[in-house]
Ligand binder design. Structure first.
Ligand SMILES: [Zn+2]
Ligand SMILES: [Zn+2]
Length: 94
């Protein structure tokens, strides 16, 4: 169940555009939300407040650059979903 406040937060995060694309200098590519699962058990969905914006290429499990996939871009950049969360919060507070 998603509250109105969570929905508003998630819309704002999605509007930022993909974290990794912007890190790579590609501009704000349309993003979907990745839920951080840090410290959560398998199959449990993390908080709707702990979300970061990623495009399909940098998110999907079938993408070599996806967080859920090969994570190539992530490894090359030496960043994790926590770095993406920091970036996201920084932007929201700016
Ligand atoms: Zn991207
Ligand atoms: Zn995800």
């Amino acid at each position: 169940m998603t509250t109105k406040a969570e929905k508003r937060h998630m819309d704002r995060v999605a509007d930022l555009g993909c974290y990794m694309c912007q890190r790579l200098g590609h501009g704000p590519t349309p993003a979907q939300l990745h839920h951080l699962r840090e410290g959560q058990g398998m199959g449990q969905r993390a908080s709707n407040w702990l979300v970061v914006p990623l495009c399909e290429k940098h998110h999907a499990n079938y993408s070599k650059d996806g967080w859920h996939g090969g994570r190539k871009a992530w490894k090359r950049e030496q960043v994790t979903e926590m770095d993406a969360l920091e970036w996201t919060i920084e932007r929201l507070l700016a």
